[in-house]
Structures are given as structure tokens and as C-alpha cells.
Ligand binder design. Structure first.
Ligand code: SF4
Length: 253
């Protein structure tokens, strides 16, 4: 005979758990100390309420890392780093700084599969809300991705010597020009190309569905590294720094 539950099943998330430390160790890019934090609640309108992962230096405030040009540990040689005058769209003084402060204040327990995997069950996960997933060991990011119901991810490290090609299973490879996109696609990647409004789409690309259809990532989920080549119009507060000369596409206007 079956009986009704005596009490409701526990919910996936408890209000007092804001996130977890998923990794602390050396950067795969520079060997310096980094941490990967997963936060459970997001108000990011573009992504929707995905679990967000933050790859940050474990030993310094993200803004200080930028000011002191020590952000290569988490961003490698990405040309969009603010520390090198780039156009990175992440507002580092906001969420990344808050995550770092909470991390240092001990607000995030260290992830333990047996106790915490259920927080991720059924959720969609964004690999790299700030920082490059390839700064962490591949196995760490693979394990995080596999905890949920799907993931999106982006890496800017494909052109780097020693790049672990397995990240192409998890991440769109960021490309700054059509030529670079073709190069990475020939390596087997699906690309995420940032372009200027009015630039041409290649035949094998589609425009980000946020721009073309108003979807958020939670409902779209195309940026999983294996599905489509995506192009997106440059956005964010640093858009005016984006270098138009990097774009060689034909304007189809
Ligand atoms: S293509 Fe989809 S998943 Fe990728 S950034 Fe745009 S909305 Fe998000």
C-alpha cells in the first residue's frame, strides 16, 4: 500500500544559501590563485534566472585585479579586458565585486556533491558570468555543467597556446572578427562573434535570439558550445570602445 507524504519534499533552494565555492586552486592560465563561485539566484534580464558562475581571483578584489593588471589569471589575454583598455561589458564593480566580498566573508559554503547537488538539479547554468571558464580545470567546469539541466558558456582562450580543446564541448568560442570565427570553426568550435550593428551575418551564423527574438538565455540555450554559431551586436556600457576596425564583415545595408 502507498501512503501520502508526511511532509512536503524539501525545495531545491533554501533562502539562506546564496551560492557555493565550486573550485579554489591555481589558474590554468597563469598559475595564480582563483576561485569559481556559483550563485543560485540571478536578476540578469538577458540571461534569466540561471545559476551564474563567477571565475575570480581568490586573493584580490576584482576591481583591484583590473587596476593592477592582474586579471590575466581569470581572463587570459582576452583583448576586451578593461585592464588593457578593452570593451568588456561586465560591470566589474557591481556583481563580481559583490560576489568576491561574499566569498571572502565566508557566505558561500564549499560545494559538496552529496549535500548540495540538488540545488542545481533542473537548473540552467551559465559558465562564466565573469571570467573565462578555461581559467579553471576542464573537469571542474564539466562537473558544474553536468549538475544542471543545461548550460551556456563562453571562452576567449581558443587562440592561446595550450588551450584545452575540450572546452569547445562546453563553450562558444568568442571571436572578434569573421576571419577569426572561421579559424575557430575550422578547429571544431561553435563561435560567439561580437560585431557592430549592421555588419553581415555569415551563412553559418544566426543572430543572438535575445536581439532577434527577445528571448533570454534561459529560454534559448543555444550557446552550449555545440549547437550554433552566434553573432551579436556589441552591447554594454563599453560599446563605444569596441574597435570597428576589428570587424571586416560586409555591411549589407
Ligand atoms: S544566442 Fe541565446 S543563449 Fe546565446 S547569448 Fe543569445 S539568447 Fe543567450
Amino acid at each position: 500500500m502507498r501512503y501520502l507524504s508526511a511532509k512536503p519534499t524539501a525545495k531545491n533552494t533554501a533562502p539562506n544559501v546564496r551560492g557555493f565555492v565550486m573550485y579554489e586552486g591555481n589558474s590554468e592560465l597563469t598559475g595564480e590563485p582563483i576561485a569559481v563561485i556559483a550563485t543560485l539566484v540571478s536578476k540578469n534580464a538577458k540571461t534569466g534566472d540561471m545559476i551564474q558562475t563567477w571565475i575570480i581571483r581568490a586573493d584580490m578584489d576584482p576591481l583591484d585585479a583590473v587596476k593592477e593588471k592582474k586579471d590575466a589569471a581569470i581572463c587570459g589575454n582576452c583583448v576586451h579586458r578593461r585592464s588593457t583598455g578593452g570593451a568588456c561589458y561586465v560591470e566589474i564593480g557591481k556583481a563580481p565585486k559583490q560576489v568576491y566580498k561574499a566569498y571572502k566573508a565566508g557566505k558561500y559554503p564549499t560545494f559538496n556533491y552529496d549535500d548540495h547537488a540538488h540545488y542545481f538539479a533542473g537548473r540552467k547554468i551559465r559558465l562564466g558570468a565573469y571570467g573565462d571558464p578555461a581559467a579553471a580545470p576542464f573537469g571542474v567546469m564539466r562537473s558544474i555543467a553536468d549538475l544542471g539541466a543545461g548550460w551556456t558558456g563562453y571562452t576567449h582562450q581558443a587562440g592561446r597556446k595550450g588551450f584545452d580543446p575540450r572546452f569547445m564541448e562546453l563553450c562558444q568560442v568568442s571571436a572578434d572578427s569573421p576571419k577569426q570565427a572561421e579559424k575557430f570553426q575550422a578547429m571544431g568550435a561553435k563561435t560567439f562573434r561580437v560585431a557592430m550593428a549592421g555588419d553581415a551575418l555569415a551563412d553559418n551564423e544566426i543572430e543572438c535570439l535575445s536581439d532577434s527574438k527577445g528571448l533570454n538565455c534561459l529560454d534559448c540555450m543555444l550557446c552550449d558550445g555545440t549547437t550554433k554559431n552566434i553573432a551579436i551586436t556589441v552591447h554594454g556600457s563599453q560599446a563605444n570602445k569596441f574597435k570597428t576596425q576589428m570587424i571586416t564583415a560586409i555591411n549589407i545595408q
